[in-house]
Design a protein around this ligand. Sequence first.
Ligand code: 4AD
Ligand code: MG
Length: 477
Amino acid sequence: MNSKTVAELLSQDVTLQDVTVKGWVRTFRANRFIALNDGSTINNIQCVVDFENFDEALLKRVTTGAAIHITGELVESQGKGQSVEIVVKTLEILGDSDPETYPIQPKKHSFEFLRENAHLRTRTNTFSAVMRLRSSLSFAIHKYFNENGFYYMHTPIVTASDAEGAGETFKVTNLDIKNPPLNEDGSVNYKEDFFGKETNLTVSGQLEAESYAMSLGKVYTFGPTFRAENSNTTRHLSEFWMIEPEVAFMDLAGNMDLAEDFMKSVLSYILDNNRDDLEFLDKRLLDEDKTKPQAERSDMSLIEKIKFVVDNNFKRVSYTEAIDILRNCKPNKKKKFKYIIEEWGADLQSEHERFLVEKHFKCPVILFDYPANIKAFYMRLNEDGKTVRAMDILFPGIGEMVGGSQREERLDVLKEKMKALDISEEELWWYLDLRKYGTAVHSGFGLGFERLVMFATGMGNIRDVIPYPRTPQNAEF
Ligand code: 4AD
Ligand code: MG
C-alpha cells in the first residue's frame, strides 16, 4: 500500500478501500477528528477516529505537531468543509510533539514570532502557501526562459568585481583577520589571500552573463546575490535571489518588451497552478486590510491585483516626464515628501516611486532614460550625452522590482566612463574584450525574486517570503 499525499487524496472523487497517509497533526478535536497536513496542499485531510477502537494512551499522543501515519478508508465526508475524509483503521505515531512547548499552536501568531521560529513556520497555512508559491514561481521562471530559447548560466558567487560599483560587498577571505599579511604601506597584502587578490560575494551576475550573451545569444542567471547595504527596510535583504537575463542584439525597447512579457507569463502561471494557495492568501490579505484605516485599504484583492498586472500594459514613462509629474504633484508642493523634488537629475526615492505607481498611474510603470550620474557605469549613454538607456520597473505596493539597461557596447565610451568613475581597466580587462571583439548592442535586466514573491503573495515584509532571511544583525538558522 503506497502512501498518498493529502493533495492526491483530496482530489479523489471515488472512495478507496485502503489508503495510507503520513503528515503532521494540525488539530485533534473531540477525540475524534484529526486535521492532518503534509505540506502537499493548503488543505488538511480530516481523519475520523472511533476512540473505542484505539488505546487511550495512543490517542493522547495525537497532539498538534506530532508526525503520524494513518491507514484507513477514504469515504465521502459526512461533515461540512471537505468532500472526502478518512475513516481511520490504524494509527501510528512516527514522532511525538510536546503540546506544552510546541511553538505553532492552532491560533493566530504574529509574523515577528514566526520569524523567530522560522524552522517551524512553514507548518502554518500562510507560510506553507507562500513557500509553495515561491517554488512555483521559480519553476515558471525556468520554464519561461527554456521555452523562449534562453540558456541557464551559473555565474560565480565569489568574484573580484563589484558590478554595481556601490561598494556594498561582503569580503571573502581566509586571511587571519587579527593578523593579516601587510604591504610596506600598511595595507593588507591580498596577494597572500586564498585567491591571490581581493574577492567578495557577488552583487550581480550581470557582467559574466554579458560575456555569455555575446556568444550564446540569449542567457539568464538565477542565483543568490549579496549586498552589504545597511538598510533595515521591509524590501531589502542582504542575501536575495536575482533573475538576470541578458540578450545580444536587443535594445532597450526589446528589453522592456521582454521584462513585461516575462513577468506576465510567470504571474499567469501561478494563477493557473496555485489557485488554493492564492485564494487562501487573498482572504488573509482581506482580513489584514480590515484592520487598517479606510484610506490605507486596497481597492483590489490579491488575485485581482495579479490579474490586473497580467491583463494590462505597463506604462512606459521617461525619467524626464516622471520628474515633471513629481515636481508638480501635491505632496511635493505641500512638502509632504521627505525628499522634495526640485530639479532634473534628482535620484528618485521610494516615496516618489510609490507616488508614481500607486497614486498617479495606478499600474506598473517602466521608467527609462535616467540621468547618467545616478546609474551604473555599464549603461549605454544616449545621444544627449547626459542620460543612459536604463529602465526600472516599479510595482504598486513594492516599488522597484526590476532594474536593467541597454549596455554600453562602444569601447571608447565605456573606457572613458570607467576612467571618470575610477574603475580599474586592469580588473575588467575581460569585460572590455567583449567590446573589442565583435561588440554588439545588447541588453538585460535584474528582477529581485523576493520582491516578485512579495507581490504574488501579498506579504508585506520581504523577510517573510524567503526561508531564512539574512538581514543586518541577523543570520539565525
Ligand atoms: O537594480 P539592481 O541593483 O540591478 C542590478 O543588479 C543589475 N546588475 C541587473 C541587471 O541589469 N542584470 O538590482 C536588480 C533588482 C532590483 O530591482 C530589486 O528588485 C532587487 O534586484 N534588489 C534587491 N532585492 C532585495 N534586497 C536587496 N537588497 C535588493 N537590491 C536589489
Ligand atoms: Mg536598481
